[in-house]
Design a binder for this molecule. Structure first.
Ligand SMILES: *Cc1c(COP(=O)(O)O)cnc(C)c1O
Length: 401
């Protein structure tokens, strides 16, 4: 027997759950790309995108996933042969560094392991040692989706300012934007990147680069930039087709319009508070389960845990067994342990992740946690009793009467 038939739930850290309103908006005949509703809609969307990233700066859109905007951010700011500093807290930090190396950029990597956030003091030491101020940019992943570590991006601006170091501060907010608190301008971030398929609740395929005037100046100082990746016309198009350097992402844009309506109706502060409460409920359940068994939250300190994704260790091969059970028996797909190979477990089968980004609410999270508790029971994996009860208590406290 299987209990999985019913609406499936993809509880992985991207792509995230798509709202019905987004799906309905995308179910449309091909719109006119020359004039009329679509170009007008996109012009009006730009200030709303800025509001999500909390910036007055520029926005460039791409038909690309997160890897694409990793490249876009670098292609507009750093020349081959120049150096970037990459403080890494998981797979995605290294991924951005690899993208830089592919462009001929030199990388200096600070590896904080897989269970800790960026240490701003280590970044300070690296920048202070850069006597010739050759480092062009600091590439910081706000939430590393593999480890679920959330780093203090504003602290990095403080370090750069203390030292008078001119490097650009670039933030990968692909997992965090629209989930975890992020304030591009107030935190002094020069370039912010994100994708459509996580907190923005739209299918994968659109990427966004937000940049300020300092970053725009860095672009102008470059001798050569790929016409396709150049953000200049995309951010300030004279004609509609320049937004995307070619045909626009018509249906993604229709979906994004619907998603921005949902975001505007709820408000950024309420969205952040919802994600925080749901994350606390997840942590509470996991702590109960871990009190009498092998389950551990990958990030120990609550201040450094993302509100959008949670990485957990159950020990090989139980992470993979649990994922198999929840999909087969309950219609819930959990995230794999990414970049979490260990001695004796090259595939990282001891780890799994919950995505809780975007269109998720209390009943979905309680359902997710209930399914995991059932799976731990069905598979005879030792765990403390009452995790779901504790999560319900946290949500009751958060919501009040
Ligand atoms: C998802 C993600 C990426 C990669 O995005 P793709 O769309 O898969 O290319 C990069 N960085 C972070 C932090 C992510 O969460």
């Amino acid at each position: 027997m299987s209990l999985a038939n019913g609406r499936p739930y993809l509880a992985i850290p991207g792509p995230s759950v798509m709202p019905d309103a987004v799906l309905r908006a995308m179910h449309s005949a091909a719109p006119n790309i020359y004039e009329g509703a679509l170009p007008d809609m996109v012009d009006a969307m730009i200030p709303e995108l800025r509001d999500v990233a909390r910036t007055q700066g520029h926005v460039a859109m791409y038909i690309a996933n997160g890897h694409g905007v990793w490249e876009a951010a670098l292609a507009n700011t750093v020349a081959p042969g120049e150096t970037v500093l990459v403080p890494a807290c998981g797979r995605f930090g290294f991924g951005w560094a690899e993208m830089a190396e592919g462009l001929g950029i030199k990388t200096q990597i600070l590896d904080f392991g897989r269970s800790a956030p960026i240490d701003p003091e280590a970044v300070r030491a690296a920048l202070a040692a850069d006597k010739g101020q050759k480092i062009k940019a600091v590439l910081a992943v706000h939430v590393d989706t593999s480890s679920s570590a959330r780093s203090d991006v504003a602290a990095l601006r403080g370090v750069l300012d203390d030292l008078g170091h001119p490097a650009l501060l670039m933030a990968d907010c692909i997992a965090s934007l629209g989930c975890d608190v992020f304030e591009m301008d107030a935190w002094g971030v020069d370039v912010t990147i994100t994708g459509s398929q996580k907190g923005l609740m739209v299918p994968p395929g659109m990427g966004f680069v937000f940049f300020n005037d300092r970053a725009a100046e860095a672009r102008r100082a470059l001798e050569r930039v790929s016409v396709y990746w150049d953000w200049t016309n995309r951010a300030d198009p004279e004609m509609f087709y320049q937004y995307f350097c070619g045909t626009a992402a018509t249906h993604h844009l229709l979906g994004l319009r619907a998603a921005l309506d949902l975001i505007r109706a709820e408000g950024m502060e309420a969205i952040w508070a919802r994600h925080a409460a749901l994350a606390r409920a997840i942590w509470a359940a996991c702590e109960v389960w871990g009190s009498d068994g092998p389950l551990t939250l990958n990030i120990a300190g609550t201040a450094h845990r993302s509100h959008a994704v949670t990485a957990l260790r159950l020990g090989a091969p139980h992470g993979a067994r649990l994922r198999d059970w929840t999909a087969r028996q309950a219609g819930v797909t959990l995230g794999i342990g990414l970049g979490m190979s260990e001695e004796g477990d090259p595939d990282g089968t001891g780890f799994f992740r919950f995505g809780h980004m975007g269109h998720v609410n209390a009943h979905m999270i309680l359902g997710l946690l209930g399914v995991v508790e059932a799976g731990l029971g069905a598979l005879d994996i030792p765990h403390g009793r009452g995790g779901v009860t504790e999560a319900a208590r946290v949500l009751a406290d958060a919501a009040g009467a």
